[in-house]
Ligand binder design. Structure first.
Ligand code: PMV
Length: 320
């Protein structure tokens, strides 16, 4: 028997960092996925392989450690944490493949966590639903990262476009939103935990300046929600640009991210901003009618991913 699951990457449109302080956020699942397969191992070892990510490790699921056989595993702490919580420690063969660049701010860790948990539940025939899965995946992210909002794991589980309110209430946005976005990413990875900590330090040192910025970011998200329902791209773009300015204020911008944000605008994007934690990772650009120009502009120095929103969240099954 083989248990299989996959889960999508996400793009945060509005509200990264301010969401940590209970401001609202909007994020959407995109059509790049992480895939996990689990089957019984007939040796006495548990092995995790990833052809795409070019690594192979022997897993110690009890002690949450591993022995490296090949390559450099980036995302393994999430997998070990999930295994440690769910698996009965019998030998397994795990295969991971991913279309999501690791550390790019596109939620690769959440997608891998959600897919791993769903595959494990299938493998052990444990009943689950999206609510319990999103909750468990958030617990795994929190255990590994220290701080994590539930946004990534919610989006990766449910798919679609999601609004998280000030009271952490989760609201799927029932709208067909096919806005044309280009993602630009650098090979410099962001470290979400560190960025969240740095923002907190800045905020603690300058509360009178940073608190209003965070409140304003929350207001941007709420205006953006209205603009999304009206499909008012011009307004969405304007709000993205303002939001980017505030993210810069919070100190999460880098020269590379800045370069991509302004290149996108020069090439015709009507809005562009950091997406995710910053400090490296990705930007998103809204570019109706200008996708190719913007993609070409960014790819002169950085990398481009063409993504589409998807309603498809986690999916899992068993094959005998
Ligand atoms: O690094 P990402 O894409 O997972 O985004 C993190 C978003 C933050 O608001 C900075 C942190 C969080 O947990 O919400």
């Amino acid at each position: 028997m083989k248990a299989m699951a996959s889960a999508p990457a996400k793009m945060i449109l509005f509200g990264e960092h301010s969401v940590v302080y209970d401001e609202p956020a909007i994020a959407g699942a995109v059509n790049k996925r992480a895939f996990v397969e689990i089957k019984k191992s007939y040796s006495n070892k548990s092995i995790l392989r990833s052809f795409d990510l070019k690594f192979e490790v022997e897993l110690d699921t009890i002690n949450k450690t591993y022995t490296l056989k090949k390559g450099k595993p980036g995302i393994i702490r999430y997998i070990l944490e999930a295994l440690n919580r769910v698996h009965d420690h019998t030998p397994i063969l795990m295969n991971l493949s991913s279309q999501i660049p690791i550390g790019s701010g596109l939620g690769s860790s959440a997608a891998v966590t959600v897919a791993t948990l769903a595959a494990l539940y299938r493998y052990h025939n444990i009943r689950f639903n999206k609510k319990s899965l999103a909750h468990d995946a958030h617990m795994v992210e929190q255990a590994v990262q220290g701080v994590a909002s539930p946004l990534d794991t919610l989006v990766s589980t449910y798919g679609g476009l999601v609004y998280l309110s000030r009271k952490k209430k989760f609201e799927p946005l029932k709208i067909n939103f096919n806005a044309p976005f280009v993602v630009g990413y650098t090979t410099k990875h962001g470290n979400t935990g560190k960025m969240v900590k740095d923002v907190r330090t800045l905020k603690d040192k300058n509360p009178k300046i940073i608190n209003p910025v965070i409140t304003a970011m929350g207001n941007i998200t709420n205006y953006a929600k209205q603009a999304i329902f009206k499909k008012d791209y011009k307004k969405i773009g304007e709000l993205m640009n303002i939001n980017h300015g505030f993210l810069d204020v919070l100190g999460v911008n880098t020269p590379e991210l800045s370069r991509m944000v302004y290149t996108a605008r020069e090439c015709g994007a009507i809005g562009s901003k950091i997406t995710g934690a910053g400090g490296g990772g990705s930007i998103i650009a809204l570019c109706p009618g200008k996708i190719e120009d913007v993609a070409e502009g960014i790819s002169r120095q950085d990398n481009v991913l063409r993504v589409k929103f998807t309603k498809r969240g986690v999916s899992s099954r068993v094959r005998w």
